[in-house]
Design a protein. Structure first.
Length: 166
């Protein structure tokens, strides 16, 4: 339950930062945020990371919706057996929801975080969640999926054996 609350908080943070940027910075405008590190730059992105598929917003909206629904289904079914899996799912879910809201409501994603110490595409809070969550999800699948089920099967088998071992 605490993971769900944190996911909701991250979606709210994402949407509040996007709203503040849309309300306070003209499109294409920049305001210093952390000097020498990060500026707030209002950009509308119809694509995915690095603006790929920018002419296929409908496909990205559909993909985001499917990912969000699949993650929700896996959470409800108890697929994520440990903290790593739950953290990964929560981050991917929060990031997917944040950008899905933008695509569904505005037809584009509001990006605003621009690094000033390195040339890197402008991004947002939802992108940060996805960028951390997806590798954690892969790590969870690599390290735990299949192994947890084997441990449960062994525990079930030992619980079914008579106490004398026969």
């Amino acid at each position: 339950m605490s993971y769900a609350i944190l996911a909701v908080i991250l979606v709210i943070m994402d949407q509040l930062t996007k709203y503040a940027v849309r309300a306070g910075i003209p499109l294409g405008g920049t305001k210093p945020f952390i000097p020498g590190i990060l500026d707030l730059t209002y950009v509308q992105n119809t694509g995915a990371a690095f603006s790929i598929l920018r002419t296929h917003t409908w496909l990205l909206t559909l993909t985001s919706a499917v990912v969000v629904l699949v993650i929700c289904y896996l959470i409800v079914k108890g697929f994520f057996k440990n903290a790593l899996g739950r953290w990964a799912a929560m981050l991917v879910l929060a990031g997917g929801m944040g950008n899905l809201i933008d695509r569904a409501v505005f037809g584009c994603v509001t990006d605003m975080l621009k690094t000033t110490f390195i040339d890197f595409p402008v991004f947002n809070v939802a992108d940060c969640c996805i960028t951390v969550g997806v590798p954690l999800l892969f790590l969870y699948v690599l390290l735990y999926v299949g192994r947890d089920e084997k441990k449960e099967d062994k525990a079930d088998e030992s619980a079914q054996l008579p106490s004398d071992g026969h």
